[in-house]
Design a protein around this ligand. Structure first.
Ligand code: KG4
Ligand code: ZN
Length: 333
């Protein structure tokens, strides 16, 4: 059975995973808390932390799988999209190891991998599958025709939805990354407490810069009237902001499903960990007669298991990278 080591280092998590014969054996992640105090990922610090973490994380994955590096059949890594300095660490490490072991190298697209996390466990989607991919850097509607053939049919024209969550959280005085905190406070808030502009347009592209500015102006005006406005109403603000963002996402998802007549529908990427989005998708799925796919929490945010499963499909097709490969920070699906 094919044994592959996969490495993910596109942003601020260093992760390694072993896949054997298409089965994910483990998924180790070293997160970097250093960025919290800066209110966002500092690229230079991220790449330094990857350098420190990569050997122990890979070592742990191999030991836990009870295999030695000499038994590996291929090394996979995230080529992009992501931060150049971060990608460089994983890419160089993978190239060095593949060269030393004289085994194939597999370059994985991080966004395709987020989607293919749906093919780790059962039940798996059938094709065509429509996936809303929502992360800190992307917001895309993707049609998956087979494991390795995907088409982007809609995407954000400006900010990603994860950015909209994080930047709004920052205005609210919450630490980075603020998305999970908005989710947490929203749970006990009233989502109808505050109204924000509704979505316009029937095309499949997204825009979040306008709504982000609307949040900003709203908060600025309210704080002028009452300096304690945020503190007093944090839960209601978070619930209203979250519901507005989820509404934009799910309305476009419905349009895409109708346009392409697809009933296998899922979400992927960091923001798919959002509890409001997860339950809204279930509700809409029932209304629309979809079979819905929601990833396990550990596969929502960045992880190497999704890189490993993608590498498994690529290995089967003989899609190998050249040893001269370099990172591609703006890699497209
Ligand atoms: O996929 P990911 O881990 O990294 C990128 O590839 O960007 O996504 C990170 C994004 C961040 O913006 C983070 O705030 C957001 O996912 N996120 C959430 C939640 N968990 C992570 N946003 C809203 N609610 C959550 N529960
Ligand atoms: Zn990601």
């Amino acid at each position: 059975m094919t044994k592959i080591l996969a490495i993910e280092s596109s942003c601020d998590d260093t992760s390694a995973s072993i896949v054997i014969g298409g089965k994910i054996i483990n998924n180790y992640i070293a997160t970097q808390s250093i960025h919290e105090k800066y209110g966002g990922v500092v690229p230079e610090l991220a790449s330094r932390a990857h350098q420190k973490n990569i050997v122990p994380v890979v070592d742990q994955a191999l030991r836990n799988a009870n295999i030695t590096k000499n038994e590996l059949d291929a090394i996979a890594f995230t080529r992009g999209p992501g931060l150049l300095g971060s990608l460089l660490v994983g890419t160089s490490f993978a190239k060095g190891l593949a060269l030393a072991l004289n085994i194939p190298l597999i370059e994985v697209n991080h966004m395709k991998a987020h989607i293919l996390s749906h093919f780790i466990d059962d039940p798996k989607p059938s094709f065509p599958f429509l996936c809303l991919t929502v992360s800190g850097g992307h917001t895309q509607l993707v049609i998956i025709k087979d494991h390795l053939t995907m088409e982007v049919v809609g995407e954000t024209q400006d900010d990603a939805v994860g950015e909209a969550f994080d930047k709004t959280a920052k205005i609210l005085g919450l630490p980075y990354p603020g998305g999970p905190l908005i989710d947490k406070y929203a749970k006990t808030g009233n989502q109808k407490a505050y109204e924000f502009p509704k979505l316009k347009g029937k095309d499949l592209n997204f825009s979040f810069s306008g709504i982000k500015t609307a949040f900003l102006y709203f908060l600025r005006d309210e704080v002028k009237k009452d300096p304690d406005f945020i503190e007093k109403n944090l839960n209601d603000i978070c619930a209203s902001v979250q519901s507005t963002l989820i509404n934009i996402l799910t309305e476009k998802l419905k349009l895409a499903a109708k346009k392409y007549k697809i009933k296998q529908v899922g979400i992927a990427g960091g923001v798919s960990a959002n509890s409001g989005l997860r339950s809204r998708l279930e509700e809409i799925g029932k209304e629309e007669g979809w079979k819905t796919f929601i990833p396990k929490f550990e596969y929502c945010t960045d992880n190497a298991a999704m890189i490993a499963i993608t590498a498994h499909f690529m290995f089967q097709k003989g899609e190998f990278a050249d040893l001269s490969v370099s990172p591609k920070p703006r890699m497209k699906i």
